[in-house]
Design a protein around this ligand. Structure first.
Ligand code: SAH
Length: 368
């Protein structure tokens, strides 16, 4: 058997030897958040020198408009004197830095808030601490959303859900089988299917997907975060979730691995590549709604940011910027809102999960 190419691969082989093939979701969880070798644990993967670039790292406009969104939602909530501003997976802290800077225009908001950052990575916690120190607001870090105290809350999460482990099942003649990671005879990791079908799986699937042909793949995530979001927001809060994914239930394998801005095989170099899968916004919405929250959207990132005024914001920044900087602002704007493969405007979507009494939310007004 070959030696593990990464220490985590050796560990995964040992786990499989001891307990048998491992569900893909467990493999993904270990790759991303293993306490010693997990991808996110020891590094800052963001930016041009890292593995991928996110919207807040492309332009300050992204965080600024979210800051104004948060401030006006706070007003809609009745301007509570104490509000938890929660961010899930804050990365480098850039979104929140730009957001709270922009939110200064709302009198009283910054004085009312305590920032709660849900971040599993000690390395990124340090980056966030440095980045946000100058904001002069109280900040607390937590390992999980469940640890954040309840009460009036405004929550944001950009590219967080896509990093949560995804399960996959493949349809075979006798039913749906969970996809698992196994070790081939030559010692390499491979993806296979569990021997036994998942009991009653087809009956538990969204109605639109039943009767799929053999070979079809279906993905799902644990529903704990969606339920928790619905429970927290239904009484006194609003959450804005932005990520790439599909607005409606669908079939297909969307697991992807990225290193240095290029796609790679998800089984290569466990712990060294970012692993993600599309967000199923319909599943997220149904779960949160079942807890009594109201769902707004999903809408395309393009539509949300156009409604929040990104073009006007870009024009203002351009008017103040030197000529070469103006071209950068234009190209950042286009990346954030362009359709198709050129930009993030279409694949990326936003959903809000909120207390029903809040009514329409900024950027989601025309959505039923
Ligand atoms: N929101 C940021 C970063 C996105 S990358 C941006 O838009 O730039 C994903 C972020 O989620 C990282 O900060 C990562 O460390 C964090 N993360 C991933 N899985 C997590 C988990 N299970 N619990 C808490 N944080 C997690």
């Amino acid at each position: 058997m070959p030696e593990g190419r990464t220490p985590l691969e050796a560990e995964i082989r040992r786990l499989i030897a001891a307990a048998g093939p491992m569900p893909l979701a467990e493999y993904m969880r270990l790759c991303l958040t293993h306490p010693q070798y997990g991808y996110y644990i020891n590094r800052d993967p963001l930016g041009a020198g890292g593995d991928f670039v996110t919207s807040p790292e492309i332009s300050q406009m992204f965080g600024e408009l979210i800051g104004l969104w948060m401030a006006s939602v706070w007003r809609q909530m009745g301007a509570p004197e104490n509000v938890r501003v929660i961010e899930l997976g804050p990365g480098r802290g850039t979104l929140m830095h730009d957001a709270l800077r922009a939110a200064r225009v709302m009198p009283g908001f910054r004085e009312a808030l305590v920032l709660h950052l849900v971040e599993i990575s000690p390395a990124l916690q340090t980056v966030q601490q440095r980045r946000l120190a100058s904001l002069d607001v109280p900040i607390l870090w937590h390992g999980a959303l469940a640890d954040v105290p309840s009460g009036p809350s405004i929550l944001v999460a950009n590219e967080f859900i896509d990093a949560l482990p995804v399960h996959q099942a493949v349809k075979q003649a006798d039913g749906w089988h969970e996809r698992v990671v196994d070790v081939e005879a030559d010692g390499h990791l491979c993806i296979g299917a569990a021997r036994e079908p998942l009991p009653h799986f087809e009956a538990s699937m969204p109605r639109a997907l039943r009767g799929a042909p053999e070979g079809a793949i279906y993905e799902w995530r644990a529903d704990d975060i969606a339920l928790e979001l619905g429970r927290r927001m239904r009484d006194e809060g609003a959450a804005l979730i932005i990520d790439y994914g599909h607005a409606h239930f669908g079939l297909g394998d969307t697991l992807q691995a990225v290193v240095g801005h290029s796609f790679t095989d998800p089984l290569r170099a466990p712990g060294k590549a970012d692993l993600t899968a599309h967000v199923d916004f319909e599943a997220l919405a149904q779960c949160a709604e079942s807890m009594g929250a109201r769902i707004h959207g999903p809408v395309r990132q393009r539509d949300l940011f156009l409604r929040l005024g990104i073009e006007q914001r870009a024009a203002m920044l351009k008017a103040k910027a030197p000529r070469e900087k103006a071209a950068d602002i234009e190209s950042a704007l286009s990346r954030l809102i362009a359709d198709g493969a050129r930009g993030m405007g279409e694949l990326f979507k936003a959903i809000a999960i909120a207390a029903p009494r809040l009514g329409a939310l900024p950027g989601f007004e025309t959505t039923p």
